[in-house]
Design a binder for this molecule. Structure first.
Ligand SMILES: [Zn+2]
Ligand SMILES: [Zn+2]
Length: 126
């Protein structure tokens, strides 16, 4: 495969992730990046995503009962959470965090980490 074409595909995939409102599945990356590179194949997206992960540019967000999602390392570095629209099945970044979760812990427990996904309907589906 000519290097120039590979670069175009890489940039299209990077742009898709940078322009996303939340973490994307491989299929969502594929559909967003396809607007730049029409011939982009799903297998190429898998391959490029794996390479970007190895380089530390993007991180994997496991979703219980759903497909893995990916976001840029820059987004991942800032503590945030996600909103899952149960109608269109998209994920959106939520800025900030509720505080005071320590108050939920039983006596003697220490909080080190938390994940929080809110769910409902996005504006387009509400
Ligand atoms: Zn929705
Ligand atoms: Zn939080």
């Amino acid at each position: 495969m000519p290097e120039q074409r590979t670069t175009k595909q890489l940039i299209a995939i990077q742009d898709a992730l940078k322009g996303a409102e939340g973490p994307l599945t491989i299929e969502e990356i594929h559909s967003a990046a396809s607007t730049q590179v029409r011939t982009l194949g799903l297998r190429t997206v898998y391959r490029v995503v794996r390479r970007l992960q190895e380089r530390g540019e993007i991180v994997n967000i496991p979703v219980p009962g759903g497909s893995d999602r990916y976001e840029t390392a820059a987004v991942a570095a800032k503590h945030h959470h996600h909103f899952h629209c149960t109608t269109c099945d998209r994920f959106f970044d939520i800025k900030g965090c509720v505080g005071g979760l320590e108050a939920l812990l039983p006596e003697g427990f220490r909080l080190e980490h938390h994940d929080l996904t809110l769910s409902g309907r996005c504006p387009a589906c509400a």
